[in-house]
Design a protein around this ligand. Structure first.
Ligand SMILES: Cc1cc2nc3c(=O)[nH]c(=O)nc-3n(C[C@H](O)[C@H](O)[C@H](O)COP(=O)(O)OP(=O)(O)OC[C@H]3O[C@@H](n4cnc5c(N)ncnc54)[C@H](O)[C@@H]3O)c2cc1C
Ligand code: SF4
Length: 340
């Protein structure tokens, strides 16, 4: 049986108290929300915080509002199942609702929060293992060791960003509000990431994610999320595809975005997607041709590595398949794309 290491749990009731606890305890403290990722990781000896700062009792983190200007405010502590089931999110940010609804399984979505999902640690099949297993292998760069088992001779960790909601929030141009010792700051989610699998977020140890802000979208906004995973009922993504289409009154695509996750240390934008889709009618043969071109561009750009389970060459072949299906689902409002 895997046991949790001894740790103290502090229960602040305000964001300011939580930040003060993180400042007081420094590197030996970590925030915990639903605990659905952090606790298994602690059982595997991947994190050994002496103090857990539990965020569950902070009311402000439960904020859930659609403002009159159309901005969606989602507190970091809102559970994924609430986001997936909420009519306002389904209507204004369908890709986000779909991605939240495909994270893990029902029990984990009830405990797991949006904040914990955005802040999720990167994953690797050589890292997300028990201490005994990792010790037998001689550990790795990300924890306790000096080598990478994915890239021979590699000096940089390439563990994969595996958080389903992150790419959808990027397509939605969301911003994140953090609070730390120097006060509050708002950052575009695009600017959160490092391409380093050890720490893939630009974040101080004293900072807490307070809320996610999704700006208003035009009336013709459409979105979808596609997810490839081993078992339809529970697994992390082997590939995640978030698509956004803004369709004008004349039916043509006026704006588009496509972001992939579970390939490398950060979610990655398909660079040519907007250029290939903008100006094209959102249905019919021209749309199908544009989608095929985007799928090809995504294939050329994506180079999955053997960092997470699933044959990486097969995962690459699935990139154009899931990109095409997800774009069609966005255009027709028939997402999400996944198998059961
Ligand atoms: C079997 C299984 C399957 C899973 N499948 C998926 C999946 O398919 N897709 C997926 O995306 N995830 C998956 N997960 C991971 C997890 O359930 C979700 O990512 C969930 O959203 C994490 O949220 P949480 O509140 O439980 O985070 P926690 O476990 O509490 O925290 C996760 C990390 O975020 C930090 N953190 C949490 N809240 C904040 C905050 N407000 N500010 C700063 N840092 C914070 C913690 O310190 C920790 O480092 C799975 C987990 C399990 C056990
Ligand atoms: S990518 Fe390499 S360094 Fe990073 S967790 Fe995997 S094996 Fe370790």
């Amino acid at each position: 049986m895997l046991r949790l290491p001894k740790t103290r749990v502090a229960k602040p009731t305000t964001v300011a108290q939580a930040v003060a606890l993180l400042v007081e305890h420094g590197e030996v403290a970590m925030p915990i929300a639903g605990g659905t990722d952090l606790l298994p990781n602690m059982k595997h000896g991947l994190f050994e915080p002496e103090v857990l700062v539990a965020l569950g009792g902070i009311k402000e983190l439960q904020r859930f509002e659609l403002q009159t200007d159309g901005t969606l405010i989602l507190g970091a502590g809102v559970s994924l199942d609430r986001i997936a089931a909420d009519e306002r999110v389904q209507r204004t940010a369908p890709a986000l609702a779909q991605a939240a609804g495909l994270v893990a399984g029902p029990q984990l979505r009830r405990m797991g929060t949006l904040g914990g999902n955005v802040m999720l640690d990167t994953r690797c099949q050589w890292y997300n293992q028990t201490h005994f297993w990792r010790q037998a292998l001689g550990y790795c760069l990300k924890k306790d060791g000096t080598v990478c088992h994915v890239v021979a001779g590699g000096k940089k960790c390439v563990a994969a960003a595996s958080n389903d909601t992150a790419p959808t929030l990027m397509t939605l141009q969301a911003t994140l509000v953090f609070e730390g010792r120097s006060g509050r700051r708002e950052v575009a989610i695009d600017d959160l990431w490092h391409t380093d699998g050890i720490h893939n977020k630009k974040l101080g140890t004293d900072e807490i994610l307070v809320e996610v802000r999704v700006p208003p979208r035009a009336t013709g906004h459409r979105g979808a999320y596609g997810k490839l995973r081993e078992r339809g009922s529970i697994d992390y993504p082997m590939l995640g595809v978030a698509a956004r289409l803004d369709v004008g009154r004349d039916g043509a695509v006026e704006g588009a975005d496509l972001v992939l996750v579970a390939l490398q240390a950060r979610p990655v934008r398909v660079r040519r997607a907007a250029e290939l889709l903008i100006g094209v009618p959102s249905s019919g043969d021209n749309f199908a041709e544009a989608v095929a071109a985007v799928a090809e561009a995504a294939y050329a750009q994506a180079h999955p590595m053997p960092n997470i389970p699933g044959d990486h060459e097969w995962r690459r072949e699935m990139v154009p398949v899931y990109v095409a299906r997800t774009l069609h689902a966005a255009a027709t409002g028939t997402g999400p794309v996944h198998h059961v």
